[in-house]
Design a protein around this ligand. Structure first.
Ligand code: HEM
Length: 215
């Protein structure tokens, strides 16, 4: 089998993506000052005081703590060079990631979707995202246990692409703010595009890989 060497544009894209992911993790952590204790005048919590006092707060805190962990763990796991060098660590961190995504990130995201600020269209998009992410990580774990490593790589990459919707959503938010766009359909559309666009790009990339004989 011909080994796949990343081209220069691919390398540049990877470096830019890593920078955006690390920036999202850092900016999430820097927002914690508005969440511990909850500041209902802050961007995200504004207007949510009533339902926050109920079960929502548990989903919220679970989500904002586990989301960045899943992004960071996924980044470490997906780095091509770490796998052959540290297979035992890859396994341990991999199971930790499966537990983090299946038990914390996706159930909390699903719960929070029911209260999505951008309304029912966004809520359905976020719920679909949570379900697709949970299915991807579960199938990724199953194929690893069955030692089907090409399938494992594909499902776990798909899962990470879906987790990166958090990064894409913030990028879209930045662009719309700069453009001063504030039509009511922008946020629901952005919610769907934050995962459908990167997922489509990933599927096209995988298809071209397979066509050139790379598993
Ligand atoms: C399966 C993947 C994910 C789903 C389904 C999901 C779902 C959600 C939902 C429904 C909300 C509330 C949106 C609203 O009410 O308008 C939310 C907020 C949030 N999510 Fe996620 N999320 C996912 C992944 C992530 C990841 C990987 C991170 C890592 C940074 C993250 C960080 C956050 C944060 C920090 C908030 C609170 C808002 C803010 O401070 O920006 N999420 N997410």
């Amino acid at each position: 089998m011909r080994p796949h060497r990343p081209t220069l544009p691919e390398r540049i894209l990877v470096v830019l993506a890593c920078a955006m992911i690390l920036k999202t993790i850092a900016s999430t952590a820097s927002n914690y000052q508005d969440y511990f204790p909850p500041n209902f005048a802050s961007d995200f919590l504004w207007g949510r005081e009533r339902h926050f006092r109920g079960a929502y707060q548990w989903a919220f805190y679970t989500h904002i703590l586990s989301g960045p962990v899943a992004l960071l763990l996924g980044l470490i796991l997906i780095v091509e060079r770490s796998r052959p060098r540290f297979p035992a660590w890859h396994r341990r961190l991999g199971w930790l990631q499966v537990a983090c995504v299946l038990l914390l990130v996706t159930p909390s995201g699903l719960w929070m979707a029911s209260r999505a600020a951008a309304g029912p269209v966004a809520a359905i998009g976020l719920a679909a995202l949570a379900i697709a992410t949970a299915i991807s990580v579960a199938l990724g774990a199953k194929s690893a246990a069955a030692r089907r490593f090409a399938d494992h790589r594909r499902w776990m990459s798909r899962c990470y692409v879906l987790l990166c919707s958090a990064v894409v959503l913030r990028m879209i938010g930045g662009v719309t703010t700069v453009l001063g766009a504030d039509a009511p359909w922008i946020d629901p559309l952005a919610t769907w595009m934050s995962w459908l666009a990167p997922l489509s790009a990933f599927e096209v990339y995988e298809w071209t890989r397979r066509r050139s004989g790379i598993p």
